[in-house]
Ligand binder design. Structure first.
Ligand SMILES: [Zn+2]
Ligand SMILES: [Zn+2]
Length: 329
């Protein structure tokens, strides 16, 4: 349970204002895991458990069962049960929990990012080292590339079995390594530039609640949506768009800014890059076709000149033929 404005921990608070920034809060803004926290009477410290689904005590409890004085959602002191650290209380991304195999935890995390990006980023602690987010993104890229390479690997394998290409495996390894290198370097610069631009735009349009690290967490964990790139045919576009949508939602929730402002700040960079890439591609196409047209014009002009020269030469030859008898006379 952390302050929505400044991320300060709100366990043990006796009032409903954050001791750090002074913002008011209400227990109804939070969900709790049953059995992990107790709601204590402010008068005698008698603790009661919450009830599902929110994990809070029912709102109709107005009297302490132990001392009989007034209790309620505005009065309870919320504390982790004895022996539990505050870190273990806040829900984590599935990949960092201990339930199930690594693959099931990884895909549960990806699913959360795809379906509920705002909930996903609220499970990322603000002070979490950024390398964890980078590692998660790198794993996603590796899995996406590996799955994307399966058809090529299959073709090479078939080629090897029938003995038609003995060099196939080496070529395949070189292509794979090259692709990894290009994608890795491109992704790194893309993410750094995108995060910086988003963060700067957030600050120009009114500021953000947290540092650049939070924006980068949104962009990197939003990158979990890149896994949709394994879908045949439309995968590339799908992953690009889904990454944008996920990260926009994560920036809004993670930096506690309005959805419109988050959309503007987050979408501006990729759209600019998209327009720039498309624009330079079109310009390249025009330049090449323009060059071709110019060359064709020059060629046709040369041809015409040659034809004209030939015509004039044959004309003069004919004249010579006609003139020559006259000269003899
Ligand atoms: Zn606060
Ligand atoms: Zn009491």
């Amino acid at each position: 349970m952390r302050c929505q404005s400044c991320d300060y921990e709100l366990w043990h608070c006796t009032k409903r204002v954050c001791p750090e920034c002074g913002d008011a809060f209400s227990l109804t803004e939070y969900a709790f895991e049953c059995g992990k926290v107790l709601f204590h009477c402010p008068h005698c410290d008698h603790g009661i458990e919450g009830k599902n689904p929110s994990g809070r005590p029912p709102e109709n409890i107005e009297q302490c069962a132990s001392c009989g004085l007034a209790v309620g959602l505005d009065l309870f002191i919320v504390r982790p049960v004895a022996g539990l650290q505050a870190d273990e209380l806040s829900p984590q991304l599935p990949i960092y929990t201990a339930n199930g195999s690594w693959f099931s935890r990884y895909f549960a995390t990806v699913w959360l990012i795809l379906s509920q990006p705002q909930q996903a980023i609220s499970r990322v602690p603000i002070h979490e080292p950024l390398q964890k987010a980078w590692k998660f993104f790198a794993i996603t890229i590796l899995i996406t590339l590996a799955v994307g390479m399966i058809p090529f690997a299959f073709i090479i394998l078939v080629g090897n079995i029938f003995g038609s290409s003995s060099l196939g495996a080496i070529k395949f390894a070189i292509i794979t390594f090259g692709e990894l290198l290009v994608v890795g370097v491109f992704s790194f610069f893309y993410i750094v530039m995108w995060s910086l631009l988003t963060h700067v735009l957030l600050h120009i349009t009114g500021g953000s609640s947290f540092t650049l690290r939070r924006t980068m967490q949104a962009v990197l964990y939003g990158g979990g949506a890149v896994i949709t790139g394994v879908v045949p045919c439309c995968g590339g576009l799908l992953s690009f768009v889904w990454w944008l949508v996920a990260s926009t939602n994560m920036v809004a929730k993670g930096q506690r800014v309005h959805g419109g402002r988050a959309s503007f700040a987050t979408l501006f960079g990729p759209l600019l890059i998209f327009i720039f890439v498309c624009g330079s591609y079109l310009m390249l196409v025009f330049a090449i076709t323009g060059l071709g047209v110019a060359r064709a014009k020059v060629n046709s002009q040369q041809m015409q000149q040659q034809v004209q020269q030939q015509v004039t030469q044959s004309d003069s030859a004919e004249k010579e033929v006609i003139d020559s008898p006259l000269e003899k006379q």
